[in-house]
Design a protein around this ligand. Structure first.
Ligand SMILES: [Zn+2]
Length: 80
């Protein structure tokens, strides 16, 4: 996972751009467009980056990730 993803994720958490909808379901604002937000669970996100991940890295045994998903992980850790 690239450092930039973590950096973006931390920024989202710091900015309070994560809203918990229910257990395991979050709404995370887009870091590039504040009018947009994504629905994120503990292992999926509906942003384009996440959807495209498997197209780009298909069959390499990697788990898809994006800054939103990472942000939720940080958020969950901090709010335990
Ligand atoms: Zn995402």
């Amino acid at each position: 996972m690239c450092a930039n993803t973590i950096k973006k994720a931390k920024k989202l958490v710091e900015n309070g751009d994560i809203v918990k909808i229910e257990d395991g379901l979050y709404q995370v604002k887009s870091s590039s467009d504040k009018t947009k937000s994504y629905r994120v669970t503990s292992d999926s996100c509906d942003c384009l980056g996440f959807k495209n991940f498997y197209k780009f890295y298909h069959g390499k045994g990697l788990k898809a990730n994006c800054s939103h998903l990472e942000a939720v992980r940080i958020f969950e850790k901090e709010n335990k």
